[in-house]
Write a protein of this length. Sequence first.
Length: 572
Amino acid sequence: MSSCHRISSISTQSSVEIKMHWMKNMPRWLFSAASMIAVALCLSAPVHATNPAPATVNPAAPAASATPAAAPDAAAKPADGKFDMSKVPPVTAPSRPGLFMLPPAGPGYYSFWDMVTGNKREKPPVAPYLPFALMTTPAFDVDFRYLDTPGHEKDFFDPIKRIRFAEDWLLSFGGSFWYRYTHETDSRLNAGDVNNDFHLLRTRFHADLWYRDRVRLFAELLDARAFSSELPPLSTDRNHADILNMFTDIKLATVDNGPVYVRVGRQELLYGSQRLISTLDWVNTRRTFQGVKFFWRNPQWDLDAFWVRPMITEKGNVDNWDTQQNFFGLWATNKPKPGHAIDLYFLSLINDRNITAANLLTGNILGANADTHTLGGRLVGNIDNFLYEIEGMYQFGRRSGLDVSAFAAATGIGYRFPLPMNPQGWIRYDFASGDSRHTDGRSNTFNQLFPFGHYYMGFLDRVGRQNIHDFNAQFTMHPMPWITFITQYHRFYLANDRDFLYNAAGLATLRDVTGQSGSHVGDELDFRLNLHVSRHQDVLLGYSKLWSGTFLERQRPGTDPDLFYIQYNIRF
């Protein structure tokens, strides 16, 4: 069957499924919509009361915010009366994650190529990409507007960016490729002590077309492949020649010096700290959704409202959305001044998957048959060299006939030492509630939703943000501006020793229903070294080791997991 016929049949099938699910789930959807409207009304007061000041440059912007800040509405015209395309697209700058770093500044070599060619710079170069191999920012939010600035640094790939034709049209192309070799000892905490060596390849290409600032068409293709694995590849390892993003943006209005858009189609989502919603760049396939999003941007506020469904990865077929899950959200970010941000959000995940009898019997009920509503807020920023973050999340709803009451918290303070090599440290505590008994009419295990778990809970990915205490610390330094060294230490305890240990994907792995195995999961030490080869290229090396605590010693005797990987990637 041709791709066109397959897509057509999928669209017809999806239309029928939408009607059936609408009738079946209308009461719950109305509840979610009403909740979102209520939160919106609470947020609208500060939004409309604020008279935002123009954005200012933050000389100590973190690496996660290296992309230039979003421009105000591009409706202004230059003196000749033509439309000013220099501010298109109105890019959404990425939020600071937890454990953020303040990047190096001042004179130095900012890439290996700079050092080889003797190009010592007085300050960091203006660049569209982060100087790091992993980048969660979607391709549609990478900012190339600096190319319209006179005297900008020239680059080999400039001719495929911001191609103008017919005055009001703008076209760009881009992409990326990575290769990663991975060696895992006691891979996935398997009972057979199986080690795993495998190779990952990922290729992405995109095209981006704008008519003024009014209409956008964006399409991105992805091909993800895995080779030579001793264990069956994960669902996130392979997806052959499929669509990562394909959407249309339409400008609806200009409100308080900011554009309002609607986005329809397949799209990646990334919000706040990425503890709940992330593109998940560590995995080979990335994470994407399909649905509708409304968003408004101005210099001081970002406001989003969305309804989407997660995509189901099908290695040999066109991916389709998960008709048994509906994800609603309302997310507001206030930027009171450079370097500081406040997030407020309400999220609702309606999951109609049928839970298996075996999972119900064991209490493993997070993956299906649930209405999970999340209220949360976050403060993050830096005051000179002092770094801080705090985030709280509360969940309520119903899960397999049980009332949900769960919560999670993340707190941390850090400091950048005024010393050579830009040393910085964080001390943190992360908590997510667990359940003591699945027969008491309540479910208290936190649901981490769609997170960037790899970034926070140890690079081995054996621990997720569910039923966990994580006492952790991070130390970073830049021996040279183009070299980033990161080390983390984690001490993990189960929040409730009768609940499961959950991995980074949120899947239940091990449990002692009696609680006699104790709560100490283990201690993890992670090392990561990134070499920024050039504006487009990076090499990433890492090693992680988990020492088993009493819980793992009794549940998986002799398990001694570690991880080594090396990755090369190029972006253009």
